[in-house]
Design a protein around this ligand. Sequence first.
Ligand SMILES: [Zn+2]
Length: 136
Amino acid sequence: MNDEEHYAPVDFWTAVLRGWTGRCPRCGKGGLFRSYLKMRSHCPACNQALEPYRADDAPAYFTIFIVGHIIVPLVLLVERWGDQPPLWFHALLWLPLSVALALFLLPHIKGAVIAVLWSHRAGAPSPSTGGLDGSV
Ligand SMILES: [Zn+2]
C-alpha cells in the first residue's frame, strides 16, 4: 500500500465525523474500538493501521474541558435562579450528570482526535524506522 492509498482522499470533517461515531476515518465502515476505549490495531474493513495514531491524554483533556464548560454554568444558573438550593441537591444532580456526560463524550472525542491525527498524517513512526520503541 503506497502513501496515497494509505491516506485515501477523505475531507477533514468527514474523517472527524467518522471518528466521532467510532468508525475508521479512512473507510467509515470498520470500528475504531474493540471495547469502550481500546483501539483496534487495524481497521477490520480496509486494514488501515490504527496503532500509529495515539491520542494519549488529549481526549481526557478535551472531555474535562467540555464537561466543565457545560456543567459549571448550569450550576451557577441553578444557584442564582433556583433560590440557592441546598448542597445535597447540587451533589445529587451535578455529580452523576458530570460523570454520565464525561463517559458519553470520551469515546466520541477519542475517535475524533484519532481522525484528526489520521487526516494530518500525524501517526507515530514505527519502530523499524528508528522511531518510538513501540513498547508503550
Ligand atoms: Zn477502514
